[in-house]
Design a binder for this molecule. Structure first.
Ligand code: 2AM
Length: 179
């Protein structure tokens, strides 16, 4: 089995700025700088033998290239449940369009549909029992964070696997968007 997802990789300069946002929240496990990305469609665990089907489906996706702007930070979840801190994405029809194209290509190829609404975000940290007051301050202090426009000319199929010190994301293949 292999754990897969489709994502946009972010340029090093953008990842550096995102990583620079970190700190000051007790109980936060910050995303390793090389792992910062924007998921387009989570696939999950599949048999290795299905990789060619996924590859073919993604290679058939045609969608226009676009610019991405990261905008603000926020959190999913609240209270003592495990939460995440994220950087948000400025409203972007082309990104939703790409998500839809990937979704329908995968469903046509026989994979189960994603039931959850697409909420584009870059995960900055996972929170474990972080005091809400500190999380709230982190978010307020970085409310003006913006990065981009970032030209997006392709999307990527990645493998997620456990590494020695946390998860490792390996890009398997890039798929071009239309110029
Ligand atoms: P997250 O960062 O919000 O956890 C690789 O794990 C990527 O797939 C991450 O961006 C992760 O989002 C996302 N992901 C993991 N499990 C998921 C799920 N069940 N549904 C949707 N996305 C998921």
């Amino acid at each position: 089995m292999i754990r897969l997802f489709v994502a946009l990789e972010l340029p090093a300069a953008v990842r550096e700025r995102l990583a620079g946002l970190g700190g000051g929240v007790p109980g936060a496990r910050w995303t390793e700088i090389n792992n910062l990305h924007l998921t387009v469609r989570f696939i999950g665990e599949v048999e290795n033998g299905l990789i060619p089907d996924i590859d073919e489906a993604l290679a058939g996706v045609s969608a226009p290239a676009f610019d991405l702007v990261l905008d603000g930070v926020g959190q999913f979840g609240s209270g003592s449940r495990s939460r995440i801190l994220w950087a948000g994405v400025e409203r972007n029809e082309a990104l939703f369009h790409l998500n839809q194209k990937v979704e329908s290509a995968l469903v046509r190829a026989g994979f189960p549909p994603e039931e959850r609404r697409y909420t584009p975000h870059v995960t900055l940290a996972r929170l474990h029992n972080s005091p809400q007051e500190r999380v709230g301050r982190f978010i307020e202090d970085r409310g003006l964070f913006r990065a981009g426009p970032i030209p997006i000319g392709h999307f990527t199929l990645l493998e997620s696997r456990p590494g020695r010190s946390g998860v490792v994301y390996d890009p398997l293949r890039d798929y071009p968007l239309e110029p």
